[in-house]
Design a protein around this ligand. Sequence first.
Ligand SMILES: [Zn+2]
Length: 853
Amino acid sequence: MAVRRSMTALLAGALLLAPASAAVAAPTDPEALDAVAASPRGPADTDLPFGVGSDQRGRSADAPGRQPNQPAPSAKLPGKPRNDVIADAPVELTDASIAYNLIPYHDIPPALRDLQRSGRISVEIIGQSVLGRDLHLVVATAPMSDAGWKTWQQLSDLRFSDPQAALAKLRAGGYDNWRTPLFINNNIHGNEWEGTDASLQVLQELAFSTEPAIVDMLERHVIAFVVTNNPDGRVAATRANANGFDMNRDYITASQPEVRAVRAQLVRYSPLTMLDIHGYVNCTLIEPTTGPHGDNYEYDLYIKHALRNALAMEQAVLATGETRATCANPDGSRRNDIPFRDRTQGWDDWPPIFTPMYSMYHGAIGHTIEVPLNPRGNLTEAERHERTRINTAVAVASIKGNLGYATENRAQLLANHLEWFRRGVAGEPTRPIDDPLALSLARGDNAKTHLQGFPRAYVIPAGAEQRSATAAARVVQFMLDNDLEVHRAWRPFTLGGTHYAAGTYVVDMHQAKRGLASALLGVGRDVTNDFNAMYDISAWSHGHLWGATVQEMSESVILDAKALRPVTEARATGAVAPGKQANYGLVVDSVAGIQAVNRLLNDGVTVSRTADGTFVVPGDVAVVRPIAEAYGVEFVKLTPPQVRTATPVAKTRLGVAANGGEIFALRQMGFDPISVTQTAFNNGTLSFADFDALFVSTAAFNPLSLNTTQSAAFERWLADGGTVVGRGASGKQFNDRAGLLDVTIAAGRSDANGIVGVVNNPASPITGKALSTSFVDAPQYFTRVGAGVRVDQRLADEGFFLAGHWGGQEAAAGHAVVVSGEAKGAKVTLFGTEPLFRAHPEGLYPQVAAALW
Ligand SMILES: [Zn+2]
């Protein structure tokens, strides 16, 4: 019942405060009063721990209304936490948290204002959810002057700019008073609530306790809490956010606003430890994980502290005495579930899609915590509340266990963190685990790591060597947003015997966060034979799936430092061919290109397409110039014979039976998808006449379930030249039910996924200019292609599987994965690949757009 009591206390406090005056209300805590008294200029003084009020109130990592080609504001923010005015949220009596006896979203702002009174707490609005709810970051630390924060920021930055110097300074005592950043993220899965409640309880203590241990802790750390990373999901009791995304699969892609907001804070603090609190796994699960371990982490450095921190958190959970939160050992003692120690496979840290794994690239000892008891489902109210009470107590214990460990081992943690970055700057290979405790406790192969050598650099060429200038700028800006160093050549230069144009980007891999650069730009590795079972996907790559030409330079090349300048933002400038043109051509090679074409179509501009897939736009500079500037695309000169082959393209009215990730990706491209079902057609809500194209990848639309009238209407729609794009097994099933293309399909393992090498049919308007890599998940491939069906893309022969996990992959080699043809008068394309998967492989989007237009 501790939860309700403390919440009641918080609410009672908050009732005394009107929202507008909340931020300047006099603190009641004796310590904070001292801080105010010590200041000659009163409560609004900047010598207070955090400036009251804010000149950047509600600044989002993600300003709404931003044009597609404008880079996001730099993720790097100043170190000094702000104290924003925290506005109330509308009371929602349907908030799912209430039934669980947990804090509803609308009670969070008053609770945060109450914490702000303490003088030890700042609260910032770091962005908004998809539905517009504020995302709050709470930072707890002892009061510090502006000058103190300036020094703090300098020492913080030195970690990455010169980790060797930072290590020397640490040894000389120069970091003794530097407060180490620690980070706790909560409720990223909206229906795993308790981390939020636990963090508010811990914050109550951090804010108001006079215990010497707490006061000391606040002198040593800057402790950042994301109250809820998924407020929309918290209110609605959904795992996903309002776009249907599992955000704990999105950290390496950052397609969602809630993820970008928290990512900016991880970049800003680069914390030493990071907890991401989830539910629900029996015994309470505390990472580190089983193998395979991600190749790009400094795993030997990570595991030393991850394991000991996990053991400390386990002790804290055991000390709660909640036996329902722990499991029995054979000898009768109790334990939690620490996968590195207790499991042999299936709970890995391989993909940095997960929040704690992503944070490891910023030097954090990252942990997922799974509180033990699922409160959902058919339970009595008493049992439901008992479960959330225990879960909250467990989350409190794990946070405190972590804070205790970080306080006791502060210097070693910091030395370890700096060594991590030092190796990056020095360009040293990763090392095997050498910690005796880790080696002795590892179950199965969990102590095995793959030793990673890194390339000397990645090159993202400019000019003719680059297949997509807009995709190149997108990748570079993404790297900058992830705190990576990128240089640009101001003049032509030579590297590894190749000449590169001015404007070429170079990612020097001798940098602090080189592991993240490698994770983004490298292809990854085939881990099929490392472990049998993987927890989630096993491959991703911005370098290979986002549509830009990215080249790897071996360790032996020598960089021409004089040609290179650091860049702080990347933006494709766009261009329009000079002179008077009858028509302009636009090659769609990226998301920006698709957006530009959809914008032209939405604006009612006459657009056609040549046989080779180039878009033809009338020669009106007033029309194309603003598009070139907004999207960074290039309008080129066309020859009359090219123009003569062009056929008209109309705005695509798109119906979809697809998953949330695909619908999001289609919207990103500027389509306006409308979900379709047989029921909606049968009851007259939808009419086939309102659509030009259907994208089908789920079983939500079954043409065999249409009534007689709608079935006839569907056949007429097909005969009138409708467009059908099917993806995966359900797309193929739709094709068969509608009696369209004559093809036979085979399926890879349902848990298989990865990056594949493909061979494109140069005559295909869908894949003629496509990337030579693609992405598969639960792969489908065509083993027989009937007469009149074109193979647009097939898997390469031997060695097609470049990265990921796919048992039995050999059987798929050489088979078709994208096919198209005409059937019943309709244009039909089937994808066995996953071109829109979780909005990640942006470089594959043009294939889908080409099939839909
Ligand atoms: Zn979860």
